[in-house]
Design a protein around this ligand. Structure first.
Ligand SMILES: *[C@@H]1O[C@H](CO)[C@@H](O)[C@H](O)[C@H]1NC(C)=O
Ligand SMILES: *[C@@H]1O[C@H](CO)[C@@H](O)[C@H](O)[C@H]1NC(C)=O
Ligand SMILES: *[C@@H]1O[C@H](CO)[C@@H](O)[C@H](O)[C@H]1NC(C)=O
Ligand SMILES: *[C@@H]1O[C@H](CO)[C@@H](O)[C@H](O)[C@H]1NC(C)=O
Ligand SMILES: CC(=O)N[C@H]1CO[C@H](CO)[C@@H](O)[C@@H]1O
Length: 784
């Protein structure tokens, strides 16, 4: 796990323990899944029934004299009641009450509420919404998603930004049933034909004990994350956008006419599951077509994850759910949001950078990146020191060399000695604190420049920041070289040259080292992330009153900011899904994902394999799923691998989920025996994955079945080509398929077997169906 990842985890753990103990003794917030069809007829509605159930529990919190411990603003027995994608409620319960509830026949599951986190890499960084992802044919075919509504679950919105104006937009689609909830600094008038709805959900967050200091009780965004993601997915086109002059040009979201509905579920300390679920529930009830959720928690089994369960309900209603994969890469199996019916998005770079060079005293030039907008440093070199050797605490006499891992090495506040740092450029290791905060620490200690160096395993993923003093970010290898240089001379010195914005950078795209990876804990047959999209250096709208570094001492204000994270890649796919839905209103969420996956590319602009900036080796299927999204091709994929609710139920049966676990997800009884004939590898997912074992005779060959739906307008004939995984034989039957009309389905079988001399590990190949015009590609992954 990355240093940043462990820091977040530590903060999260200590936070939840403290809050539960301090605020609520032993009672805690829970989400309760109820089987609604068991409601006795004497209750007029489910809420009445749930309420009666709660009041029948021993030491009911509302019935007791400790009523005062119920948080302010919690007016009823419930935190939330869920009606659409999830049946049940959330409430504050003691352990005893939970036990009592679990014994009741109608209770399908009781989940402790918890906080999840936003998935930016938290510090200002990069690039603009490049032309790389602006699909022209798709834009016109879908009318930029004008009839589509995207529900954004995030920190709210800054509605006055130009990105959210509604000039020239058609009327709000008639299916829209949502509302613009009034609140602090947010009047109903702020909604328009672009921002069609805005709600906020804070009761779960308050119950769990999240900090409410300075909180604005409305959908207004005081964090920036939600404004950024909403404008990435669906911001209007705004000319003359830039961050402090960087990445200047026209900024626009992917689906620039799609409508935005905001569900503010995230607050200062994170986002409570109970509130996220309330957001999804309302969004689907309101009539959104796409849900965009750049929020993540630890990966947990689907039937224990209320968000995965809510997303299942959304999928049943035909709503496409796209979610961020997480920023805990490059650790293996770090991917979050792993439910098979969620589209999980990893992050890659685009072809725009902000180059800055570090010139060392011995003549070496190290390439870096920066959004520093102040004056240049003198060309005459300045003294250079490593933070690890400039600690404020007394230095041990033997501490000659590099003290990596110490607070001073990371330039943590208060760790640097002003005496050692004054007038110098300071090398700080990335991690343990926000990158831009390091420049503030150096500045306060009297330093004149800062170098933020990646440490293992961040590799080549350099994130540029709008530092408060001249500063730049460099790679892990650059950092090693600078430390070597510092220890090789008595008078280390350096200077920094800033080179503005550069486009057309190669190679691009490159998968970001922070992007969370598979294999997924969920299932070896579903790949997470499913795909990658731009998530490095993304320029999008930013609220008033916040600096680009998010540091309170930073006086600069800007209408756009540059951020990185899978938080930024998720809304790219949400916007693409809106365009695809606009062009093809009858497509299911599974069809939209299939179109994005079978047309994704695994090669960069020069035709070389996509790289992973951890080590600049080839990105594997566990890092990028099917590959990088290609919007133009996705609009006309030729064939799709559709997935229905029944497909997912069969898959859960075939994967060995118990009927009870499945019932928790589906809300209805499922008898598995019927569908168990299916093997989990037969799920109609656009990547084929099997496990074979050359040493066990019965496991050296497998047959996989897939069904394709023809979505082209006229009849056509497809034939298959196979790129065999190393040491594996693949045979497809039939080898060609003819379709007479749109909507026709055909199945094919793939026999996969191990040949002599197969290697251990995962070997990867692919099969493509082509009709001369389309190319429908599925990766084949064989685990040996
Ligand atoms: C573009 O933005 C810059 C800085 O925000 C401003 O100084 C300039 O006047 C703007 N130009 C136009 C044409 O709006
Ligand atoms: C480093 O930067 C210099 C000057 O900006 C450029 O000429 C050179 O190609 C860069 N090297 C790499 C490896 O990007
Ligand atoms: C500068 O010093 C570093 C570290 O000792 C070394 O790797 C590099 O080659 C040197 N550069 C030149 C131009 O000598
Ligand atoms: C896929 O399946 C769903 C659910 O059965 C259906 O509504 C849809 O029309 C099918 N085809 C496509 C292209 O989505
Ligand atoms: C009925 C009940 O639970 N009373 C408790 C209320 O809270 C105080 C402490 O805050 C306890 O001492 C009471 O037993």
């Amino acid at each position: 796990m990355s240093l940043l990842g462990s820091l977040v985890l530590i903060v999260f753990l200590s936070f939840s323990v403290v809050s539960i103990e301090a605020n609520f003794e032993r009672a805690h917030a829970f989400i309760v899944r109820v089987q609604n069809d068991l409601k006795p007829p004497e209750f007029s509605g489910v809420e009445h029934w749930y309420s009666s159930t709660l009041r029948s529990l021993s030491s009911n919190p509302l019935a007791s004299e400790n009523l005062t411990t119920i948080p302010k603003g919690l007016k009823s027995d419930f935190i939330h009641v869920y009606r659409t994608v999830f049946h049940g409620f959330s409430a504050k319960l003691t352990a005893q009450q939970v036990d009592e509830l679990k014994k009741r026949p109608e209770i399908l599951g009781v989940f402790p509420d918890q906080l999840r986190q936003l998935l930016t890499t938290r510090s200002p960084q990069f690039l603009g919404l490049g032309k790389t992802v602006m699909p022209n044919g798709l834009i016109s075919e879908s009318d930029s998603g004008s009839k589509v509504i995207i529900g954004v679950l995030d920190t709210g919105i800054w509605p006055e930004r130009r990105s959210f104006h509604d000039a020239g937009l058609a009327d709000v689609p008639s299916k829209w049933k949502g509302e613009c909830t009034e609140g602090e600094k947010f009047s109903k008038k702020l909604c328009n034909k672009k921002l069609v709805g805005a709600r906020y959900f804070i009761d779960g967050y308050e119950t769990i004990g999240g900090s409410t200091t300075g909180v604005i009780r409305s959908a207004r965004d005081t964090d920036g994350h939600g404004t950024h993601t909403a404008s990435t997915a669906a911001g209007r086109t705004v000319s003359n956008a830039s961050l402090l002059g960087f990445a200047s040009g026209t900024a626009g979201g992917i689906a620039s006419k799609a409508r935005i509905a905001v569900y503010k579920v995230c607050w200062h300390d994170g986002c409570a599951d109970s509130d996220i679920l309330a957001g999804i529930d309302k969004a689907v009830e309101d009539g959104v077509d796409v849900i965009s959720s750049s929020i993540g928690g630890p990966p947990i089994p689907d039937y224990e994850d209320p968000i995965a369960i809510g997303a299942f309900g959304a999928m049943e209603h035909g709503v496409f759910v796209s979610a961020a994969a997480g920023n805990s890469g490059p650790s293996e199996s770090s991917v979050t949001n792993i439910a098979p019916w969620i589209t999980t998005v990893g992050a890659s770079s685009i072809d725009r950078r902000f180059p800055a060079d570090l010139l060392l005293g011995n003549g070496s030039i190290i390439n870096g990146s920066s959004l520093y907008n102040g004056g240049p440093l003198p060309t005459k070199k300045l003294p250079l020191i490593y933070g690890g050797e400039a600690a404020a605490e007394p230095r041990r006499p033997d501490a000659k060399l590099v003290r990596s891992g110490s607070p001073a090495a990371f330039c943590i506040p208060g760790s640097l000695s002003p005496k050692l740092v004054r007038g110098k450029i300071v090398l700080c290791d990335r991690g343990m604190s926000a990158r831009a905060a390091k420049s503030l620490v150096v500045k306060e200690a009297g330093g004149v420049g800062v170098i933020v160096a990646n440490v293992e395993p961040e590799g080549g993923n350099i994130i540029a920041d709008a530092h408060l003093i001249p500063g730049l970010a460099i790679t892990q290898w650059g950092g090693d070289l600078v430390r070597d240089y510092i220890s090789s001379t008595k008078t280390p010195e350096a200077t920094i040259v800033f080179r503005g914005t550069q486009v057309g950078v190669k190679p691009a795209p490159v998968v970001a080292s922070f992007s969370s990876r598979g294999p997924s804990y969920g299932s070896p047959y579903i790949f997470k992330p499913d795909m990658v999209a731009p998530g490095v250096n993304i320029l999008a709208a930013w609220p008033d009153g916040l600096s680009p570094t998010e540091l309170s001492v930073d006086p600069r204000r800007t209408k756009f900011n540059i951020l990185s994270g899978t938080s930024m890649s998720c809304p790219h796919v949400s916007g693409l899904a809106a365009l695809l839905k606009g062009a093809h209103p009858d497509w299911s969420p599974g069809a939209i994902r299939s179109a994005l996956m079978t047309t994704a590319y695994t090669h960069d602009q020069d035709g070389k394999p996509l790289l992973d900036d951890t080590d600049y080796k080839e990105a594997t299927v566990f890092v990028m799923g099917a590959g990088h999204v290609d919007p133009e091709k996705a609009t006309d994929p030729g064939l799709i691998y559709n997935m229905t609710v029944e497909d997912y139920v069969s898959f859960m049966c075939a994967s060995g989920f118990s009927s009870d676990s499945i019932k928790v997800i589906t809300r209805r009884r499922v008898i598995c025996s019927e569908s168990q004939k299916l093997h989990p590898w037969d799920i109609n997912y656009p990547i084929i994955s099997v496990s074979l074992d050359p040493s066990t005779k019965s496991k050296t060959r497998l047959t996989v079945t897939r069904t394709v739906t023809h979505v082209g307008n006229s009849g056509s004939k497809y034939s298959v080509t196979v790129r065999r995984p190393k040491g594996i034989a693949v045979s497809v039957d039939p080898k060609s398929i003819e379709f007479k009309k749109k909507g026709e389905k055909q199945s094919y079988k793939v026999e996969i077997s191990v040949e002599e001399g197969g290697e251990d590990g995962a070997v990867i190949g692919s099969l493509s169906w082509t009709d001369g015009k389309h190319r429908v590609t599925s990766l084949i992954v064989v685990n040996i």
